[in-house]
Design a protein around this ligand. Structure first.
Ligand code: NAD
Length: 227
């Protein structure tokens, strides 16, 4: 007897490192609300669970921890054949080169608007004389400058040969904001992105979880590579 009905894909099994943190909590909720995924583990010192405890059941590890943990977590996951989506910022992305055993996607910013801000700023930099970046974040952020600002500066510097300065502001009340200000003869142009809530990052994180298993090469840096 043949079964010609639709073949239903198995849900993607997702574990989250940093699950008790601001971003990790939001990612766990987003995964639980997504019909195509199932949350299989929450790793966090604050919960008494290590990354090694949650890898056994996972297809993908999502890491929103801190700069000194992300790399070792990614190595541990890859060694176990678990694909990795990294949102943690403030570590050397070059260290991900050569990591084998699984795919890695890292994005300094998972908000679609931030990806567009970086794209528009890179384009503008070719025609505008000078540029400076002002990044503004909540006062609990550990790394300075932000990963988004560092990535924007890299993209602009590569496209235009400029050496763009970055200014960092840390204040309670802020979430994640960035302005790229261009100056020219008698004019300025400001390209600004505001993440008003951590929900802004979730569509990008879920997209990365869905796609990390099928990357043509690894590591991939930047959500723009999936759009
Ligand atoms: P947070 O301090 O609220 O949470 C971090 C959590 O990680 C904490 O609960 C901590 O106990 C846990 N942790 C630390 N080391 C760990 C380890 N080895 N294993 C498991 N858990 C560990 O921080 P946050 O505001 O949620 O930010 C987390 C990271 O995400 C930061 O690097 C931040 O810059 C970055 N971030 C990225 C994006 C993006 O779009 N890529 C957006 C927002 C924040």
């Amino acid at each position: 007897m043949t079964n010609d009905g639709p073949v239903l894909a198995a849900p993607i099994r997702v574990a989250v490192a940093g699950a008790a943190g601001r971003m990790g909590t939001a990612v766990c909720e987003a995964v639980e609300d997504d019909g195509g995924m199932v949350l299989v583990g929450r790793a966090d010192h604050a919960l008494g669970t290590a990354v090694a405890d949650v890898l056994g059941d996972a297809d993908v590890l999502v890491d929103f921890t801190q700069p000194d943990s992300a790399l070792s977590n990614a190595r541990e996951a890859a060694a176990a054949g678990v694909n990795v989506v990294i949102g943690t910022t403030g570590f050397d992305l070059g260290e991900l080169e050569g990591l084998s055993g699984a795919n890695v996607l890292v994005a300094p910013n998972f908000a679609i608007g931030a990806v567009l801000m970086m794209r528009f700023a890179t384009e503008a930099s070719a025609l505008m004389e000078a540029a400076e970046i002002v990044e503004l974040h909540h006062d609990k952020k550990l790394d300075t400058p932000s990963g988004t600002a560092a990535r924007t500066a890299d993209l602009i510097n590569q496209a235009s040969g400029k050496d763009v300065p970055i200014h960092s502001v840390r204040l309670p009340g802020l979430v994640a904001h960035q302005e790229v200000i261009f100056g020219g003869t008698g004019e300025t142009l400001t390209i600004r992105h505001d993440a008003l809530d951590r929900s802004s990052f979730m569509p990008g994180v879920l997209l990365a979880i869905r796609r990390v298993g099928d990357l043509p090469s690894s590591p991939v840096i930047g959500l723009e590579n999936l759009l």
